[in-house]
Design a protein around this ligand. Structure first.
Ligand code: PBG
Length: 335
């Protein structure tokens, strides 16, 4: 940054612009609004069911009818998009995750219910990956040696994405980190007539310790043996994140995501500086749980922690943030 045009102290006193609330408002460089938020929702079976998620205080799984209610609530709060994750019944999970391509699975039921309740009033983002559907908790198909195989998995992910698009999904968000899946999904959406269905690629998704509570929420945590380091990124790498983003843009991603959020704001800033596509970040379950734990321990004020962290995503260059705190943040922003 070029600051050579600033006079030195005492002619320049940066505290002058901070000295009153009106002046801080006038000089604010970054704003957060409810329109910056995407609310992830967990879907479960049944009717009228709310199941609190133990490791995510304040977050529940909702049956399809209640997911539609939550989405109406989001719309009223000015939140433009919800993200859906199913907790597939255990008797519908299998080695090959076939439930992912069932046109009547929980995900498709939820998409249809939301579209019926909200029409075009809110966007529905759907996760593409096999982990909520497999009996082993991995995001793809597993070979004899226990390795997640790339190309055969991509073929299933294409069918999964088409299944979601047919049910009415607006944004397909592949979170699986297989190579080549964005191009394959884009081509299938085009030839299937789903020209306006967007792809938000989880382009830079790291093998992170912050996903634990999410795996509880979708019921894959207890099933997963080993880790996902063979496909999710090494937290040590930033250049590689830019290569992932470049490939996904070339393959047809409309926007890209960095995940997790706060520990990877440097990646957001680098991607924003180097590429012209909208960048999103996912403030993941472990980050949410950390804020809740801090608030419960009296180590910080929940509302202030939430607003400060969400603003930081905007400052780093994000177009929007996926956060479980979306309804709280929207309420605070709406006064
Ligand atoms: C799975 C998926 C994960 C998350 C979103 N999609 C977990 C994982 O990769 O194991 C994590 C979200 C969160 O922690 O809030 N494809």
């Amino acid at each position: 940054m070029n600051t050579s045009h600033s006079a030195s102290y005492p002619a320049t006193r940066l505290r002058r612009s901070r000295s009153a609330g009106w002046s801080r408002a006038l000089h604010r460089e970054t704003v957060l609004t409810p329109a910056d938020l995407i609310w992830p929702l967990f879907v479960t079976g049944g009717k009228g069911v709310e199941e609190p998620v133990g490791s995510l205080p304040g977050v529940s799984r909702w049956s399809v009818d209640l997911v539609a209610e939550r989405t109406k609530e989001a719309m009223a709060l000015g939140i433009p998009c919800v993200a859906l994750f199913p907790n597939t019944p255990h008797d519908r999970r299998s080695e090959d995750g076939a439930e992912a391509v069932n046109p009547d699975n929980l995900m498709c039921q939820a998409i249809r219910a939301i579209k019926q309740a909200c029409g075009e009033g809110i966007g529905v983002l759907t996760d593409v990956a096999l982990d909520p559907y497999t009996s082993h908790g991995q995001d793809g198909l597993v070979d004899q040696a226990g390795r997640v195989v790339n190309d055969d998995t991509v073929a299933v992910l294409v069918d999964q994405a088409l299944n979601q698009a047919r049910a009415g999904a607006d944004i397909i968000a592949p979170s699986d980190m297989m190579d080549g899946r964005i191009g394959a999904i884009r081509a299938a959406l085009e030839s299937g007539g789903h020209h306006d269905v967007q792809i938000m690629s989880y382009a830079a998704k790291y093998a992170s310790a912050f996903y634990g509570p999410f795996r509880d929420a979708v019921g894959s945590g207890g099933l997963l043996k080993g880790d996902k380091k063979g496909y999710q990124m090494d937290p040590a790498n930033a250049l590689e994140a830019c290569r992932e983003v470049a490939l996904d843009i070339a393959e047809g991603a409309d926007s890209v995501m960095v995940k997790p959020g706060l520990p990877y704001l440097d990646i957001v800033a680098q991607v924003k500086a180097r590429f012209d596509v909208p960048v999103f970040a996912y403030q993941v379950s472990g980050e949410y749980a950390m804020i809740e734990a801090a608030a419960a321990a009296g180590a910080g004020d929940r509302d202030a922690l939430v607003m400060e962290t969400l603003l930081a995503f905007k400052r780093a260059g994000c177009s929007g943030v996926l956060t479980y705190h979306a309804p709280l943040a929207a309420r605070l922003l709406n006064g």
